[in-house]
Ligand binder design. Sequence first.
Ligand code: ADP
Ligand code: MG
Length: 667
Amino acid sequence: MNHFLLQPFNNFLKLSEFTKKSLKKCCGGDRVIDLLFHFPISVQNRVSDVHNFSEKDKLSTVVKIIEHIPPRRKVLPYKIIGQTAGKDLVTILYFNYDISFIRKSLPIGGIFTISGSAQKTTEGIQLIHPDIIAQPSALKYHVGTEPIYPLVAKLSNHTLRYAIGSLLKIMPEVSDWIPDTYELPTFSESIRIIHNPRTIENTLISNPARRRIALDELLVNQIRLKQIRSSLSKQRTMPFQQTNKIIGNLKLPFELTKDQLSCLNDIKNDLASTVPMNRLIQGDVGAGKTVVALLSSLIVLENNYQTALLAPTEILSLQHFDNIRQLSKNLGIKVDIMLSSNRKIRFRQMDELKNGKTQILIGTHAILENEIEFKNLGLVVIDEQHRFGVLQRLALIKKCRYPNVLAMSATPIPRTLLLGCYGDLDVSTIKTKPQGRKPIETIVVNVSQINNLIKRLQGVNSQIYWVCPVIEESEDLINVSMRYDYLSNFFPVKEIFTLHGKMKPQEKEEIIRKFKNGEFKVLVSTTVIEVGVDIPNANVIVIEHAERFGLAQLHQLRGRVGRGSELSYCVLLYHNPVSHVGKQRLQLMKNTTDGFLISEEDLKLRGAGDILGKEQSGFHALRFSNFSSNSELIQIAEKMVKTIKLNQENIEFLYKIFSRLHEDIIA
Ligand code: ADP
Ligand code: MG
């Protein structure tokens, strides 16, 4: 029998087709667990005493509508007067309004529960844009503390809360797999606690219920790592020697750094041995990891074996494709790129992989799919390893004739945690950056100074990244199109373009190419450029709402500049209010560019609750935990996997609840 949590939530909810679709989009899956794993990010208090409420609360009350007062001028608010049972007057204000909507939803004589932000003024109570208009009997549902969820367009918090609440009511207890001695809430308890937060503190990762779920996720990671270890330990590979048959003709436009050379040396030794290579290259952004990966794949190619390079985003894959093709253009080798969006040429690509014509394949998750087969895959390179889970590594290893793995990451992880995060990988580090790089100067600017900033930017000779946190539907975060509109008052239209995750890959590719060729000056973008994008002529990056980004992400973003020989600037443009921790983060970024130091501090300043969620940074392997901030839990999980007894049923259940839609292809 299929467990309740794994069944489609549609089986248990009476909702419109549209709502069901929105729910699926919102939580990224159609199973009960997908909805229950959609956690609140904050809380809202609603009170019903019209004489006693504070401004951060929302006021819920039942009113009878007694009068409509349309404004004399369009810029003024539309007013509606309502009266409570206690004869208090409540003025409802609408600023941007649709008259027919107002007349229909709040007709004179009608009695409604309304709820929204309220103020006491000399003219009585004002309630601005009620966010709830319901039957009078619904008042009881709109009083108390309400969890606030991340939403997608047209889905209300209320609907989502109702759906989750209905499922919680019928959720059976799951028999738990973590023994009481750990003193953590059970799995079922945790899910209930997480959806009923009393305070904002309850929604932070430090909450025991959230820690419990994070621990489960890390436990799954441990179990999978163990699986990799046992499947690799028995295998032997064919030794690959560098012959210089191909590398002899390679002309790099620069000398390799000392650290790049020593990394490469480690890799050569690994490849020359009969034990499969299992190596992680750690090196800060801009350290030059890609060329090391290219050289490794050329050694493998000199032995007539293929390489697959997996990257987390389409943009990054395209960039690797461009770079590698450029560097290897006189070598006569066939490099190909495979993206999920590019299905039309898939069959031809598959043929060429299978008959060995394609020698290096670059791509996103698309290359993990079962139908993708290689003639003789001898090396797997995983870029930005911290973005991928063990599952992806396993899926690629399965396709290998000889499973040599080279993982790369710019997120440094302390040695004590490496085993717990990635399993037993050997590590090479690139510490020094290529010579001639000028330092990046970081400036912290309040958004009130934006016009001065723009004036200065008009004068600089460099291309500019302007990064915004979201692309639509957010009330208080400046989004790409709004910022684009504003900036086009200052820059000629042909000098400014936008880039965001919802664009088609071809569009993205074209914009990036144009930017790379210097065809325009300002690229207004979401964080799709966060990872690995490499454009040496862009020496200025403006990060809007910098106060809402985590340190690791700010560091990644800042790493987009400082790649050429010019002095570079990173402008952290912040909006008020800024939390105390937010200020500390901005200050730290201003004071240092040392990635290792930043990641240490990141550990301390994390969990502040004001950092934008995973939605902002795209796909991450771990959802509820984090290699850099859950060090203690990682160690617990590492011990746990050795000490507690999990039966096959537990393990399969855990695998299933922690797998997501896009992972079905490899599950
Ligand atoms: P990352 O380590 O962040 O992946 P990349 O591999 O993208 O860094 O390299 C960043 C930039 O540095 C690229 O433009 C690359 O061509 C250049 N680069 C790499 N190695 C060297 C080197 N030894 N000397 C000069 N430039 C280099
Ligand atoms: Mg890179």
